[in-house]
Design a protein around this ligand. Sequence first.
Ligand SMILES: Nc1ncnc2c1ncn2[C@@H]1O[C@H](COP(=O)(O)OP(=O)(O)OP(=O)(O)O)[C@@H](O)[C@H]1O
Ligand SMILES: [Mg+2]
Length: 237
Amino acid sequence: MRRLPLLEVDHVSKRFGGIVALEAVSLNVEAGEIVGLIGPNGAGKTTAFNVITRLYTPDEGDVRFDGDSLLGTPPSAIVRRGIARTFQNVELFRGLSVIDNVRVGAHARQGEESVDDVLFYVNLHSVRHRGASELPYGTQKRVELARALASGPRLLLLDEPAGGLSHDEVERLGTFIRRLRGDFELTILLVEHHMGLVMSVADRVHVLDFGRTIAEGTPAEVQADKAVIEAYLGAPA
Ligand SMILES: Nc1ncnc2c1ncn2[C@@H]1O[C@H](COP(=O)(O)OP(=O)(O)OP(=O)(O)O)[C@@H](O)[C@H]1O
Ligand SMILES: [Mg+2]
Protein backbone atom coordinates (compact mmCIF):
# COMPACT_ATOMS: atom_id res chain seq x y z
CA MET A 1 0.00 0.00 0.00
CA ARG A 2 1.29 3.46 -0.90
CA ARG A 3 2.00 5.72 2.03
CA LEU A 4 0.11 9.03 2.08
CA PRO A 5 2.15 12.22 1.81
CA LEU A 6 2.45 14.00 5.18
CA LEU A 7 1.12 17.23 3.62
CA GLU A 8 -1.30 17.42 0.70
CA VAL A 9 -2.26 20.79 -0.72
CA ASP A 10 -5.04 19.74 -3.07
CA HIS A 11 -6.20 22.14 -5.79
CA VAL A 12 -6.16 25.13 -3.48
CA SER A 13 -7.34 28.52 -4.74
CA LYS A 14 -7.24 31.71 -2.74
CA ARG A 15 -8.43 35.09 -4.00
CA PHE A 16 -8.30 38.54 -2.44
CA GLY A 17 -10.88 40.61 -4.29
CA GLY A 18 -9.62 40.59 -7.86
CA ILE A 19 -6.19 39.19 -6.96
CA VAL A 20 -5.74 35.48 -7.51
CA ALA A 21 -3.05 34.64 -4.95
CA LEU A 22 -3.31 30.87 -5.53
CA GLU A 23 -4.99 29.14 -8.47
CA ALA A 24 -5.64 25.39 -8.12
CA VAL A 25 -2.27 24.73 -6.54
CA SER A 26 -1.48 21.12 -5.64
CA LEU A 27 1.63 20.28 -3.70
CA ASN A 28 2.53 17.12 -1.80
CA VAL A 29 5.28 16.76 0.74
CA GLU A 30 6.36 13.27 1.80
CA ALA A 31 7.44 12.60 5.39
CA GLY A 32 11.12 13.40 5.80
CA GLU A 33 11.41 15.50 2.65
CA ILE A 34 12.73 19.03 2.31
CA VAL A 35 10.67 20.72 -0.41
CA GLY A 36 11.57 24.18 -1.70
CA LEU A 37 8.70 26.52 -2.60
CA ILE A 38 9.97 29.29 -4.84
CA GLY A 39 8.70 31.96 -7.20
CA PRO A 40 9.01 35.69 -7.88
CA ASN A 41 7.62 38.30 -5.47
CA GLY A 42 3.86 38.02 -5.12
CA ALA A 43 3.78 34.47 -6.51
CA GLY A 44 1.69 33.21 -3.59
CA LYS A 45 4.30 31.48 -1.41
CA THR A 46 3.41 33.14 1.88
CA THR A 47 -0.28 32.81 1.04
CA ALA A 48 0.29 29.05 0.71
CA PHE A 49 1.83 29.00 4.21
CA ASN A 50 -1.09 31.05 5.53
CA VAL A 51 -3.55 28.57 4.02
CA ILE A 52 -1.67 25.55 5.43
CA THR A 53 -1.59 27.12 8.92
CA ARG A 54 -5.28 28.09 8.58
CA LEU A 55 -4.75 31.85 8.85
CA TYR A 56 -6.55 31.87 5.49
CA THR A 57 -9.38 29.61 4.39
CA PRO A 58 -9.04 28.56 0.76
CA ASP A 59 -11.85 29.47 -1.65
CA GLU A 60 -11.47 26.05 -3.24
CA GLY A 61 -9.54 22.89 -2.52
CA ASP A 62 -8.38 21.09 0.59
CA VAL A 63 -5.28 20.80 2.74
CA ARG A 64 -4.65 17.45 4.38
CA PHE A 65 -2.09 16.62 7.04
CA ASP A 66 -1.36 12.99 7.72
CA GLY A 67 -4.46 12.13 5.67
CA ASP A 68 -6.92 14.38 7.52
CA SER A 69 -8.30 17.70 6.29
CA LEU A 70 -7.05 20.75 8.18
CA LEU A 71 -10.00 22.87 7.11
CA GLY A 72 -11.94 22.09 10.30
CA THR A 73 -8.93 22.94 12.48
CA PRO A 74 -8.73 26.50 13.83
CA PRO A 75 -5.39 28.32 13.45
CA SER A 76 -4.82 28.13 17.21
CA ALA A 77 -4.86 24.31 17.06
CA ILE A 78 -2.46 23.96 14.13
CA VAL A 79 0.65 23.77 16.33
CA ARG A 80 -0.92 20.93 18.31
CA ARG A 81 -1.50 19.07 15.07
CA GLY A 82 2.28 19.16 14.58
CA ILE A 83 2.82 22.07 12.21
CA ALA A 84 5.09 24.99 13.13
CA ARG A 85 6.36 27.91 11.11
CA THR A 86 8.60 30.91 11.01
CA PHE A 87 7.45 34.18 9.43
CA GLN A 88 8.83 36.17 6.53
CA ASN A 89 9.05 39.20 8.81
CA VAL A 90 10.10 37.91 12.21
CA GLU A 91 7.09 37.88 14.52
CA LEU A 92 8.29 37.56 18.09
CA PHE A 93 6.61 38.65 21.30
CA ARG A 94 8.63 41.83 21.53
CA GLY A 95 8.18 42.45 25.24
CA LEU A 96 9.30 38.94 26.21
CA SER A 97 12.73 37.43 26.80
CA VAL A 98 14.22 34.85 24.45
CA ILE A 99 13.35 31.97 26.77
CA ASP A 100 9.77 33.17 27.26
CA ASN A 101 9.29 33.37 23.50
CA VAL A 102 10.50 29.79 23.21
CA ARG A 103 8.27 28.72 26.12
CA VAL A 104 5.28 29.92 24.13
CA GLY A 105 6.18 27.33 21.50
CA ALA A 106 6.77 24.63 24.10
CA HIS A 107 3.42 25.37 25.73
CA ALA A 108 1.77 23.56 22.86
CA ARG A 109 3.62 20.38 23.64
CA GLN A 110 6.33 19.64 26.14
CA GLY A 111 7.96 20.71 29.39
CA GLU A 112 10.81 23.00 30.39
CA GLU A 113 13.50 20.43 29.59
CA SER A 114 12.96 20.66 25.86
CA VAL A 115 13.10 24.47 25.99
CA ASP A 116 16.64 24.28 27.36
CA ASP A 117 17.61 21.62 24.82
CA VAL A 118 16.32 23.74 21.97
CA LEU A 119 18.06 26.87 23.27
CA PHE A 120 21.36 25.01 23.37
CA TYR A 121 20.74 23.52 19.94
CA VAL A 122 20.26 26.89 18.23
CA ASN A 123 23.04 28.43 20.33
CA LEU A 124 20.81 30.86 22.21
CA HIS A 125 21.21 29.56 25.74
CA SER A 126 23.66 32.29 26.76
CA VAL A 127 21.23 35.05 25.70
CA ARG A 128 18.06 33.34 26.97
CA HIS A 129 17.22 36.09 29.47
CA ARG A 130 17.76 38.95 27.04
CA GLY A 131 14.78 40.77 25.59
CA ALA A 132 14.05 39.19 22.22
CA SER A 133 13.64 42.52 20.46
CA GLU A 134 17.08 43.81 21.63
CA LEU A 135 18.94 41.18 19.66
CA PRO A 136 20.34 41.45 16.11
CA TYR A 137 17.99 40.41 13.31
CA GLY A 138 19.76 37.12 12.57
CA THR A 139 19.53 36.17 16.24
CA GLN A 140 15.84 37.06 16.34
CA LYS A 141 15.31 34.69 13.43
CA ARG A 142 16.96 31.94 15.50
CA VAL A 143 14.60 32.72 18.40
CA GLU A 144 11.66 32.29 16.07
CA LEU A 145 13.06 29.00 14.83
CA ALA A 146 13.62 27.87 18.43
CA ARG A 147 10.00 28.72 19.25
CA ALA A 148 8.86 26.59 16.32
CA LEU A 149 11.14 23.67 17.28
CA ALA A 150 10.05 23.77 20.91
CA SER A 151 6.52 22.83 19.89
CA GLY A 152 7.84 19.46 18.67
CA PRO A 153 6.53 19.78 15.09
CA ARG A 154 6.45 17.08 12.44
CA LEU A 155 6.20 19.67 9.67
CA LEU A 156 8.22 22.89 9.74
CA LEU A 157 7.39 25.75 7.38
CA LEU A 158 10.25 28.22 6.89
CA ASP A 159 9.38 31.51 5.15
CA GLU A 160 12.61 33.07 3.84
CA PRO A 161 14.95 31.96 6.63
CA ALA A 162 17.92 33.48 4.73
CA GLY A 163 16.24 36.88 4.33
CA GLY A 164 18.35 39.64 5.91
CA LEU A 165 21.19 37.29 6.86
CA SER A 166 24.86 37.88 6.02
CA HIS A 167 26.64 35.81 3.39
CA ASP A 168 28.37 33.72 6.08
CA GLU A 169 25.12 33.14 7.95
CA VAL A 170 23.44 31.93 4.75
CA GLU A 171 26.31 29.51 4.08
CA ARG A 172 25.85 27.97 7.52
CA LEU A 173 22.06 27.92 7.24
CA GLY A 174 22.04 25.32 4.46
CA THR A 175 23.97 22.77 6.49
CA PHE A 176 21.95 23.66 9.54
CA ILE A 177 18.57 23.03 7.87
CA ARG A 178 19.64 19.59 6.68
CA ARG A 179 20.94 18.76 10.14
CA LEU A 180 17.67 19.96 11.68
CA ARG A 181 15.68 17.55 9.58
CA GLY A 182 17.66 14.59 10.91
CA ASP A 183 18.00 15.69 14.52
CA PHE A 184 14.32 16.63 14.95
CA GLU A 185 12.88 14.09 12.47
CA LEU A 186 11.26 16.88 10.51
CA THR A 187 9.59 17.36 7.19
CA ILE A 188 10.37 20.83 5.87
CA LEU A 189 8.71 23.18 3.39
CA LEU A 190 11.13 25.98 2.60
CA VAL A 191 10.21 29.30 0.98
CA GLU A 192 13.33 31.10 -0.10
CA HIS A 193 14.59 33.58 -2.69
CA HIS A 194 18.20 32.59 -2.13
CA MET A 195 18.52 30.09 -4.99
CA GLY A 196 21.91 28.75 -3.92
CA LEU A 197 20.41 27.77 -0.59
CA VAL A 198 17.21 26.21 -1.97
CA MET A 199 18.98 24.23 -4.65
CA SER A 200 21.56 22.82 -2.24
CA VAL A 201 19.08 21.96 0.52
CA ALA A 202 15.84 20.85 -1.16
CA ASP A 203 15.08 17.32 -2.36
CA ARG A 204 12.37 18.71 -4.63
CA VAL A 205 11.34 22.19 -5.68
CA HIS A 206 7.86 23.56 -6.48
CA VAL A 207 7.66 26.79 -8.47
CA LEU A 208 4.78 29.29 -8.35
CA ASP A 209 4.26 32.33 -10.55
CA PHE A 210 1.19 34.59 -10.23
CA GLY A 211 -0.45 31.94 -8.03
CA ARG A 212 -0.01 29.05 -10.45
CA THR A 213 2.34 26.10 -10.42
CA ILE A 214 4.72 26.52 -13.35
CA ALA A 215 7.16 23.72 -12.55
CA GLU A 216 8.06 21.05 -10.04
CA GLY A 217 10.89 18.58 -9.88
CA THR A 218 14.39 18.08 -8.62
CA PRO A 219 16.55 21.19 -8.19
CA ALA A 220 18.35 20.33 -11.46
CA GLU A 221 15.08 19.87 -13.38
CA VAL A 222 13.63 23.13 -12.10
CA GLN A 223 16.78 25.14 -12.79
CA ALA A 224 16.73 23.97 -16.41
CA ASP A 225 12.99 24.64 -16.89
CA LYS A 226 12.20 27.26 -19.53
CA ALA A 227 9.08 28.62 -17.78
CA VAL A 228 11.04 29.03 -14.55
CA ILE A 229 13.87 30.88 -16.24
CA GLU A 230 11.38 33.16 -18.00
CA ALA A 231 9.43 33.84 -14.78
CA TYR A 232 12.62 34.92 -13.05
CA LEU A 233 13.81 37.04 -15.97
CA GLY A 234 10.38 38.67 -16.21
CA ALA A 235 9.92 37.58 -19.82
CA PRO A 236 6.50 36.43 -21.04
CA ALA A 237 6.06 32.67 -20.42
N1 LIG B 1 -4.21 39.50 3.12
C1 LIG B 1 -4.12 39.88 1.84
N2 LIG B 1 -4.97 40.78 1.30
C2 LIG B 1 -4.88 41.14 0.01
N3 LIG B 1 -3.96 40.65 -0.85
C3 LIG B 1 -3.08 39.76 -0.36
C4 LIG B 1 -3.10 39.32 1.00
N4 LIG B 1 -2.12 38.42 1.17
C5 LIG B 1 -1.50 38.31 -0.01
N5 LIG B 1 -2.08 39.11 -0.93
C6 LIG B 1 -1.69 39.21 -2.35
O1 LIG B 1 -1.57 37.92 -2.85
C7 LIG B 1 -0.47 37.84 -3.75
C8 LIG B 1 0.51 36.79 -3.25
O2 LIG B 1 1.16 37.30 -2.09
P1 LIG B 1 2.20 36.46 -1.23
O3 LIG B 1 2.52 37.27 -0.03
O4 LIG B 1 1.64 35.10 -0.99
O5 LIG B 1 3.44 36.37 -2.22
P2 LIG B 1 4.89 35.75 -1.96
O6 LIG B 1 5.12 34.73 -3.02
O7 LIG B 1 5.03 35.33 -0.55
O8 LIG B 1 5.80 37.04 -2.30
P3 LIG B 1 7.20 37.53 -1.63
O9 LIG B 1 8.27 36.72 -2.27
O10 LIG B 1 7.27 38.97 -2.02
O11 LIG B 1 7.08 37.33 -0.15
C9 LIG B 1 0.12 39.24 -3.85
O12 LIG B 1 -0.44 39.87 -4.97
C10 LIG B 1 -0.34 39.87 -2.55
O13 LIG B 1 -0.43 41.27 -2.68
MG1 LIG C 1 6.21 35.94 0.99
